[in-house]
Design a protein around this ligand. Structure first.
Ligand code: PXG
Length: 294
């Protein structure tokens, strides 16, 4: 199956082995571009319009002109999944600055490159959702808001890759990134929530964190379940002493955090608020109303 994958590049489909871009593409040379990671569940692309909106906001911030309308982009994603006859998939939508010369000036790139990959998701989750995962604070600070901030979902992910390397080196499952003042920003590709005395807290995007679409779903669920959620700065101490903590993200969905830098969170088991939200979250992703039918 994997070898027969059909990949969309600039309006045409290519088998995976032939799906190639130029080494002069500024996405490759400079990380100059934007992307989205999206999931389809049972023939419905979850929150596709929200992901496409965010892609265009990221492109706007880096002054990248996407050569498709939002409607055409939605169609390109749907068509790619159809072509691969997938019901459940992980979709990578990439728009790079396109082919230029060896200078970084984007004016040398006349046309953005648009790529859609619909693949299967390979999360080595095991029983992570039942028992939770471990995390460490990485030494590398999240890019500041006046630099390559992660509010922009750009192709500059070395900051996150370094976090992941640190987690791997420490034998932890994931890393948590702090911003310049030492407040918690987010995971490497996830947002962070904590629970204390029955209330939820999550950092603002002013920490340089991405406004996660999964985090927004959890925000709406908190309203529905009448759980108080406050967006505020969180310190490492606050997560060490939280009753519960969890990550949210498209790839991971919702996963409890049971340990941070070897400090057990709460009693080390997924807590009641996390479990309740996870159960509701699974109802949301299964509801076809929350996405675009393939
Ligand atoms: N923060 C960052 C920096 C992200 O890249 C999230 C939070 C969660 O956002 P959503 O909208 O997905 O709830 C992301 C999402 C992966 C992977 O394969 C995930 C993301 C990016 C790249 C890879 O786990 N991002």
């Amino acid at each position: 199956m994997t070898n027969d994958l059909q990949i969309y590049i600039d309006g045409k489909f290519y088998p995976k082995s032939e799906a190639k871009i130029s080494v002069y593409d500024h996405g490759f040379l400079y990380g100059d571009g934007v992307f989205e990671g999206i999931r389809a569940y049972n023939g419905v692309v979850f929150k596709l319009k929200e992901h496409v909106d965010r892609l265009y906001r990221s492109a706007h911030a880096i002054m990248l002109q996407i050569p498709l309308t939002k409607e055409e982009m939605v169609q390109a994603v749907v068509e790619t999944i159809r072509k691969n006859k997938m019901k459940d998939s992980y979709i990578r939508l990439i728009v790079s600055r396109g082919v230029g010369d060896l200078g970084l000036d984007p004016r040398k790139c006349p046309k953005a490159t648009v790529i859609v990959i619909a693949d299967t998701i390979n999360i080595k989750a095991g029983n992570a959702k039942e028992v939770g995962i471990t995390a460490v604070f990485t030494w590398v600070r999240r890019n500041p808001v006046d630099a390559t901030t992660h509010e922009i979902k750009s192709l500059n992910y070395l900051n996150s890759v370094l976090g992941k390397i640190e987690a791997n080196a420490c034998g932890a499952d994931e890393a948590i990134c702090l911003e310049a003042n030492g407040y918690i920003a987010e995971g490497v590709g996830e947002n962070v929530f904590i629970v204390k005395d029955g209330e939820l807290f999550t950092p603002p995007s002013a920490t340089g964190a991405l406004a996660g679409i999964t985090a927004e779903v959890v925000t709406q669920l908190c309203k529905k379940l009448k759980l108080k959620l406050t967006i505020t700065n969180l310190t490492p101490f606050m997560i060490f002493t939280a009753d519960e903590a969890f990550f949210t993200g498209t790839a991971m969905e919702m996963v409890p955090i049971r340990e941070v830098n070897k400090r057990t969170i709460g009693d080390g088991k997924p807590g009641p608020a996390t479990k309740k939200l996870m159960a509701e979250f699974h109802k949301v992703i299964e509801d076809p109303k929350n996405g675009t039918k393939i």
